[in-house]
Design a protein around this ligand. Structure first.
Ligand code: OGA
Ligand code: MN
Length: 339
């Protein structure tokens, strides 16, 4: 079983038998209600209240403002690097803020289609290697990959039924400081290298959004399918909440709920599309958030496909197949406080 946090039913514990009069369960919060609504399959939820930040015509009525990219603090090699990492020039990024959620920053797909292709292939082929990374599959003896056996990507692309199940079973990998799902504590004993190219990408994205000192030290790569959800939670294991959370998404669309520090506040529902980046900073750094639904994209030409059909490698064809029913989210954090 996947060990990501799930919603817990809160029940009062009674030590004294005589007191076992059923107390009413606490009413579920507005965040939970909204989560349940968007998660539901029958009947399907109405998605008209979900904000698609790529539509400029919605900005004014939703208190969304476009801000200027902070390109002054970028150095020459950052601009070169941004090209290397598949980004369009930072001066033309669409960076949005939300009056309703100070500290939320939304960057509308700053990647080229080749850039998306490179990040998708890295996520599936490199960030699933064991060692150095860790996977949810590690807890399941019957689904072992890596550590002397072929890695997940190779194993899951074999021509057998077992491989196709294995493909669906991967839910997360951790890079850098490994997130410990039970203790929620990062430790020096439980860390791997952090991929250099992902650290570079994160640095450019953070700096262009106004966070000059960000160092990527940990990442959770989440793999979602149409039936996956991520329950409402707050990411609070890091030492320094001044450092933002960066979240990169590729593949199918997600409905992302962002509340506040109070679970009873009604959350904002956002549509996140391939290439979009969500930054949670400042007052929004410790806000409840979650993913109640993965929604199929409606475009014929997904953002990760170029117009030209180049000589596609077997690996890229396999990535495209995987993406038809999946979403990848790279959730990048700074763990340590800067001295
Ligand atoms: C997380 C997270 C959000 C997403 O991994 O902590 O909040 O969009 N992911 O998948
Ligand atoms: Mn999170």
């Amino acid at each position: 079983m996947d060990s990501r946090p799930r919603r817990k039913v809160k029940r009062k514990k009674f030590s004294d038998k005589k007191c076992q009069i059923a107390d009413p369960l606490p009413e579920s919060s507005n965040f939970d209600e909204s989560f349940k609504y968007y998660k539901q399959r029958v009947p399907l939820p109405d998605l008209c209240a979900v904000v698609n930040p790529t539509f400029p015509e919605l900005w004014e009525s939703h208190g969304i403002k476009r801000i200027r990219p902070e390109t002054e603090i970028l150095e020459d090699n950052d601009f070169e690097n941004s090209q290397v990492h598949g980004l369009i020039h930072p001066s033309s990024w669409t960076i949005l803020t939300f009056n309703s959620h100070p500290g939320l920053i939304y960057i509308v797909n700053p990647f080229t289609s080749q850039g998306q292709q490179a990040w998708i292939q890295r996520s599936l082929k490199d960030y699933t290697k064991k060692p150095p990374y860790k996977l949810n599959l590690d807890a399941h003896p019957e689904w072992q990959v890596g550590n002397g056996l072929p890695d997940w990507w190779e194993m899951s692309n074999r021509d057998e039924e077992r491989s196709s199940i294995l493909k669906k079973k991967l839910r997360w990998s951790t890079l850098g400081y490994h997130h410990d799902w039970d203790t929620k504590v990062y430790s020096e004993e439980n860390r791997s290298n952090f991929p250099e190219e992902l650290a570079d990408l994160s640095k450019i994205v953070a700096a262009t959004s106004g966070f000059q000192d960000f160092t990527a030290e940990a990442a959770i790569v989440n793999f979602y399918h149409f039936d996956s959800t991520l329950a409402g939670h707050i990411d609070h294991s890091e030492e320094d909440f001044e450092a933002p959370l960066l979240s990169f998404s590729f593949g199918q669309n997600a409905i992302f709920l962002l509340g506040s520090t109070n679970k009873n506040d009604h959350p904002l529902a956002l549509l996140i599309q391939s290439g979009d980046i969500v930054i949670m900073s400042g007052p929004c750094r410790l806000s409840y958030h979650g993913v109640p639904r993965i929604e199929p994209i409606s475009e014929d030409l997904p953002r990760w496909k170029g117009f030209e059909v180049e000589d596609e490698t077997e690996d890229w064809k396999r990535c495209c197949e995987y993406l038809q029913w999946s979403r990848i989210n790279l959730n990048v954090r700074q763990v340590k406080r800067k001295l």
